[in-house]
Design a protein. Structure first.
Lengths: 345, 345, 345, 345
């Protein structure tokens, strides 16, 4: 297990196929799922030499949360299906690395259990805004009480995408015997509009991240409606197939935001240099989920810790070889588009 | 059978190979046949979030014909070769879904039989203009009498394309024992010119669609000669190999038309998002044939109904995830070109 | 045998492998050899509809030579290695179709024998200009006496390219027991310069074609030095590997020539639509060699006749489907570049 | 063994797999390793005809060192692992061809032994600048005493790249029983800055080459800090994966240098035409290492001599077919970008 890809590739077989499909698959033809990974190949790095890179620090602050590196764990649901300890396993590893973990509303552990398992770790809550505003508020308050330090509102799920791999393999979602303490707080949200953000901001002082933005138009609206961060995401290729890869949408979003709030991106991260490319294209941090699903499947909490360690090492080495000593030094000039090769075979 | 592609892939083997080649194949090297499908990969979707998409309607009106969605069945010939009930099977499924069916001149059922099998369904006539104008007129009148509500004049068959798959497998076209009630109304039309459109328009009050246009120049001429709609098509890749995919030709045609008449496109549609891309690039509706040939082969009329239902579902879900509540809301800004990926493998 | 490709693919095995390599192979890695074929995929056709194409003629005149179509046989050497009758077989088929044949200096039949085998057929002489001007002049005069109506001077062989396929398979060039009546008239020509063209033009009244031009700079020089035609060619990918495909170099050459002389192209032609693309990009005619080597191997003179017939048929059908009635009508607007497809697989 | 690729492909199996991985592999996913080779396919040659190319010379002078051709041997370490004679074998072959050899600091033979084995051959020293300046100076002086005529300072190794092939196969670097006379002179150099160049230049009169530059910014700095040559290199794809291929970075570096010092490039050279492309894009010379590692593995010093001879032959033939008689005549107009092909398969 030398690379993140090793975990992703080793995971099938550790979990029943008709369960693993849920974590691995995307919507429809999975074009966007594949694009998420492939997009990183469109950019190459421009390293600078003869810079003193003896001292390298990866630490950064995201919406006031201090973390050990500009990379965190994106929300993914129902982790107990992969490993008995579930989200607590992930949380322990993340806290041990002081890495940010975003907890899904569809967690199999309560926010209290997660906090108890890994006190003090940096954590944010992924949530939906429901018709039932009372429940939504209670959910946010429970997360805050558990020490979560920001809200990540998912906005790309007015309807649930069609995940045909699940249908073919007969994955029942959610599995009938799986305890999901906040199952009632998961809801497709076709009626949600920008106005509803104002309600969230009026209820809570926690920073608010809008997750699921793919266009400059929506990025601008998010800033205008008071978002503290825009999270560029296509929901892991699980919602509308055929949209841009996360990295492909990042430049236009970052340009539209223009520094008025933080910007994150997820989808397809497998290497430390992928994180560096995201930073160069305007992200404050990048997130990934599938590598951690794979790590949980292969080796539980230790696997997650190893993946975090591998990526941390790759980011640090990459920074040094790029001629930078901190994430903040990574600039647009450190990347350029990769031209397609001719292949008259 | 979860997707349209499932039907297309399952069809071979349900029909003798030397017959199925006729439905599946294209001209010469089938470059254009493959391009029709691949062209959809050149465009990606730009979804908008936090729009109220609770109420979604797919209904639209095409040249006065009210249909349940902006997608219909393109003409394809000799359906009895696939399923005993032939065009009547297709017509029943289409009428059941209130989806538009375009009936080929090379139908194995008379227009009267089709109407009787599926009364009231929205149907148009695909036809050729013959040297023998009397026969042409009679054909149009018979279709009108059967309730067909528009004429779709095929103009890309001055000569019949060379379909080498048929030649290799020995498909005899038309099969000697197949009853084709309008066989005499099929004719390569090398002498046909724009002037002949005026004759059609002088004879009939039905709206006139010009099918087989691939250039801005011809789109402009069609409008100038009074076409009510331009149908962008390369005849399913069966005429001149090496021309543009339907979707690739659509933008220049739509721009040339500039809203002066309706625009349709066919070729390569396999997914609901393909229809959405066509709408975004200027089409009022999209059409497909091979998915329905496959559906007929696999499951007769029920197969056709299922494919219509699958596509309807995908279009509706796609609209919602795109942030639109009706076909008319799909705009050019909902798509952008997909850049090629680098692959230095 | 329905297509030209059928002959090309069937040929190996009909001739000993260590001989066939000579006809099939190119220089070094054969990048240019493959590019010659692939280049045609970079352009797609733009067909025009509703043009009266009842009467189609392919006949044209090339430097005063009347031929049945804008496509001919490029020079290729030592045809007796493929079929006992050698160049006479090719000549009979070409004359039967009134198609232009260019006879290689490395012919295994004398010009007189070729003329006797196929009197009256349109034929040109491919030649080199030697240090020994007397021999060169005698060669030109012998060809003229045999009824050849133009001289095609090959200028891309200052040294012989490295054909590694031949080296690997042990092809001895020329084979020791093969009679080559003009073997002494073949010579690498590193000292040849533009001034030498003036000498040729001063000796003979036959039109002079300069074969082997790949740049606008050399095309301009050829016109300035009195060439009657420029033949765009990379010598079938057999000289400098890594140069442009014939079709790729054609547009810049045609633009530089600007109608001041005729323009031809060879390399990679396998279909009638390839010829149409060459015409659209500025060629007066296109030429091919390997299809005829394959045809000779499979079926001797009859094979050559069949390939000529197949291409003639495809050119005629393609013209009609393009909305043209003669080669002269094919214009730049009948083609456009094909965009690369995205393939994030 | 007809080509350089023959040697590269034949080498595995001649050396234990867990040793050969060190020579063959690159960093991480080896994207840059593959890109180095593929980049040459992005450019095609534009040959000029009817130039007198009877007399061709490849000889050139690099920083005052007279060499037989504009191509040399890039530094690669620990050659005794491949062949008992080690660097002496390479040096004998290089001297025999009067080709430039750059000797790695991680040589298994002393500079004195190399000089004794191949007196008079053109050789340069690859080195690092250490914290311990005394040792660095002694190293430079020893090389100078051995007749080395320039210093090649590697600047792209602030940290050692992660070569996962070595990790997977258990290659121990350096092998415990391998004598490396200058092992203590190898050091990752994270604190090195442009100012340190001034120290080198103050100590030695030998010309100074800065190796490992990939951007116009650093090329400009190198010139400003007195470099006599800039060597464009990504360290054979062994340092930061995801950076540009050597050839891809060459144009911007050459433009920034603007003739103010010499420019070299390495990475991916397999053919004589690759060298010609590098010259056309602004290099004074190109270098390669892996072909010589392969040659050593297959046939020791004779293999190296054969690879040098093959490349020399290909460069000479390529020059002639390009219409040039010396490396200095190869200009930017002799190459152009190769457009990607469409492949709707």
């Amino acid at each position: 297990m030398l690379t993140v890809a090793d975990y992703v590739e080793a995971a099938p077989g550790r979990v029943p196929e008709n369960v693993w499909c849920y974590f691995e698959g995307g919507a429809n033809d999975e074009v966007t799922l594949r694009a998420n990974v492939a997009a990183y190949g469109r950019w190459r790095l421009r390293p600078r030499m003869l810079v003193d890179v003896t001292e390298i620090t990866l630490a950064t602050t995201l919406l006031g949360t201090e973390v050990s590196m500009p990379f965190g764990i994106a929300p993914f649901a129902m982790q107990r299906l992969i490993c008995e300890e579930g989200e607590a396993a992930t949380a322990r590893a993340a806290a041990g690395a002081n890495a940010l973990m975003t907890v899904s509303t569809l967690t199999t552990r309560t926010h209290g259990e997660i906090s108890a398992a890994a006190p003090g770790g940096p954590r944010w809550l992924q949530l939906y805004v429901l018709h039932d505003r009372g429940r939504t508020l209670a959910h946010m308050q429970e997360a805050q009480a558990a020490g979560y330090s920001a809200l990540v509102l998912t906005v790309d799920l007015p309807y649930v995408g069609r995940r045909e791999r699940d249908l073919r393999l007969g994955f029942q979602n959610p599995p009938p015997d799986l305890h999901l303490p906040y199952a009632k707080l998961f809801e497709a949200t076709p009626a949600l509009t920008w106005r509803d953000l104002e309600w969230v901001r009026g209820q809570m002082r926690l920073p608010l991240v809008i997750k699921g933005i793919l266009t400059r138009e929506d990025a601008t609206l998010a800033v205008e409606h008071g978002a503290d961060a825009v999270w560029v995401s296509n929901h892991g290729g699980r919602q509308l197939d055929g949209v841009a890869a996360g990295l492909d949408a990042l430049p236009e979003v970052a340009e539209a935001v223009g520094g008025r709030c933080e910007v994150y991106v997820d989808g397809g991260i497998r290497r430390g240099i992928d994180v560096l490319k995201a930073l160069a294209l305007g992200a404050n941090a990048a997130f990934a989920a599938r590598p951690f699903a794979g790590a949980l499947a292969v080796d539980g909490s230790d696997g997650v810790a190893h993946v975090l360690s591998l990526l941390r090492g790759e980011i640090a080495l990459g920074l040094g070889l790029l001629g930078c000593t901190s994430p903040a030094q990574v600039a647009r000039s450190h990347v350029e588009p990769t031209l397609p090769y001719d292949s008259p075979a």
